[in-house]
Ligand binder design. Structure first.
Ligand code: SF4
Length: 303
């Protein structure tokens, strides 16, 4: 069995920056209470590792960012790489909290573009994931932004064709966005399009599209990570025989490895390199020994 790492894979610049900002915030504020409003990046091991820095992640899918912010009375709040609504920043200021904005530059660029188009009088169709923090931050800009999360959202929408601007969440799949763009162009022939899939997402997806001899693809990532999920969907779409998403090496199974020659390992932009390398090490060891080891995740290695 051959074990290969997909290149590029793993952390992107936005995730590296967000994690470095969190660590720097602790270093410069030794005694302060520090909170992250939501998952700083979508990986539960990262959130757990941040606790070692006494940085608490406030994440509850049933609660809005406003409600989560209500839980903080003092200290510093970190906004995540996915972007944040202006009204949440204002609320933090009004509460007298210091904040650190870890929004990725690519996310901010899409927000800026959407704001410009709204000012120019466009209605915006935004292809994204329902309830994802990046999509929520964009939708907060104006009521003239419509989330397109699936084809039904498109068919139920009735807009004048005059000024329609179409864009997308940075971590969507290349194939999915193209398919939506094609459908929208048929319904609204005068629509203006801007593909905003970020460079890191594009490169990681292209690496999957270019795999030639892959029998089994492991995607190391958290199920809540949109970019990791899109790598999985893409692997399935291009017909790779077995595609498995795993959070760590303990989820590798002998059943999956039974009849494969070439195993590739990739990971989402929010997955620590340590988790991907551990998976690769376990697979290489299995290829030699035919014994599947189940190592524990060492949180000290995550950040
Ligand atoms: S996946 Fe793209 S948009 Fe998201 S944090 Fe990374 S570089 Fe930024």
């Amino acid at each position: 069995m051959n074990v290969k790492k997909v290149i590029p894979s793993g952390y992107c610049k936005g995730v590296i920056r967000a994690i470095e900002l969190a660590k720097k915030t602790r270093l410069e504020n030794k005694e302060a209470k520090i909170y992250v409003l939501g998952m700083i990046v979508h990986n539960r091991y990262v959130a757990e590792a941040l606790k070692r820095y006494r940085i608490e992640t406030l994440d509850d899918k049933a609660k809005s960012k406003e409600e989560l912010l209500d839980k903080i009375d003092d200290g510093i709040v970190i906004f995540t790489a996915h972007g944040i609504a202006d009204r949440i920043k204002k609320k933090a200021e009004d509460k007298g909290l210091k904040y650190v904005d870890a929004s990725c530059d690519d996310v901010i660029a899409t927000q800026k573009l959407v704001k410009e188009k709204i000012t120019e009088g466009y209605k915006v169709l935004y292809i994204g994931k329902k309830s994802h923090p990046e999509a929520l931050a964009i939708l907060s800009i104006s009521e003239d932004i419509h989330l397109i999360a699936n084809p039904d959202d498109l068919s139920s929408l009735k807009l004048d064709d005059d000024k329609i601007f179409v864009t997308n969440q940075t971590t969507m799949s290349l194939l999915e966005v193209k398919s939506f763009f094609d459908k929208i162009a048929q319904i609204y022939p005068k629509a203006v399009f801007a593909k905003e899939i970020c460079n890191a997402t594009t490169m990681r997806q292209n690496a999957i599209l270019n795999l030639k001899d892959c029998d089994l693809l492991y995607i190391v990532g958290d199920p809540s990570s949109n970019n990791s999920m899109k790598l999985k969907e893409l692997g399935e779409k291009v017909g790779i025989r077995k595609v498995r998403m795993i959070e760590d090496a303990s989820e590798i199974t002998e059943t999956d490895l039974g009849d494969v020659k070439n195993v590739y390992v990739t990971s989402g932009a929010s997955t620590p390199a340590y988790l991907q390398e551990q998976v690769i090490a376990v697979l290489k060891d299995y290829a030699q020994t035919k014994v599947l080891k189940k190592p524990k995740v060492d949180l000290a290695e995550i950040l």
